[in-house]
Design a protein around this ligand. Structure first.
Ligand SMILES: [Zn+2]
Length: 187
């Protein structure tokens, strides 16, 4: 079935938004936009066997959990505010307090943005602009682990861990590499 033109335009807009780094590049950004702001969306299933954890709603819950963990890592030990909007705002404030927190926050947001783009089937050209952390090629494609988690697989033959066994990275590793390289380039 073909998608309605409106949905197609929205998916394209999301991809360009992520490509432009507009909503996670600054530590103070608190908007939960992109895929996470549109819970009515459903995963675009292009293959069978997607066990769980692939709906946009699940992704939003994952982000909530990740932001809570982030506030535990970087908070001052006081209580985490109640409510997802308050937690997100608190995390964004903490992200401005140190370089370590800023980098951690940027990685967290990027990894979740990638998962969102992969979930709606719109991440090919985004991942294509990100380096493989091992061989530094623009060679990553979105794949899934057996547990249903999104990951990035390097297509470079010499990067494989064994003949016929490509190297697979959690999205957090790809995001960490990307943020670190970007910071080095900007220095
Ligand atoms: Zn590689």
């Amino acid at each position: 079935m073909s998608q309605p033109p409106r949905a197609a335009r929205q998916r394209t807009a999301l991809a360009y938004e992520i490509l432009a780094d507009s909503h996670w590049a600054s530590a103070g950004a608190t908007r939960l936009d992109g895929a996470l702001a549109l819970p009515e969306r459903r995963a675009t299933r292009t293959s069978a066997g997607t066990p769980y954890n692939l709906s946009v709603y699940d992704l939003a819950l994952d982000l909530d959990r990740a932001l809570e963990d982030f506030t535990r890592r970087h908070g001052d030990g006081e209580g985490i505010p109640a409510g997802r909007t308050a937690v997100a705002a608190y995390a964004a404030r903490l992200a401005e307090l140190s370089d370590a927190a800023r980098i951690d926050y940027a990685q967290l947001r990027l990894a979740h943005d990638l998962a969102g783009a992969l979930t709606i089937g719109d991440a090919a050209h985004v991942l294509g602009k990100m380096e493989c952390p091992a061989c530094l090629s623009w060679s990553l494609v979105g794949t899934q682990t057996r547990a249903g988690q999104w990951a990035a697989t390097c297509r470079v033959v010499r990067c494989a861990v064994a003949p016929g066994v490509p190297r697979v990275f959690p999205l957090s590793d790809v995001a960490r590499h990307h943020i670190t390289r970007r910071d080095v380039d900007a220095a």
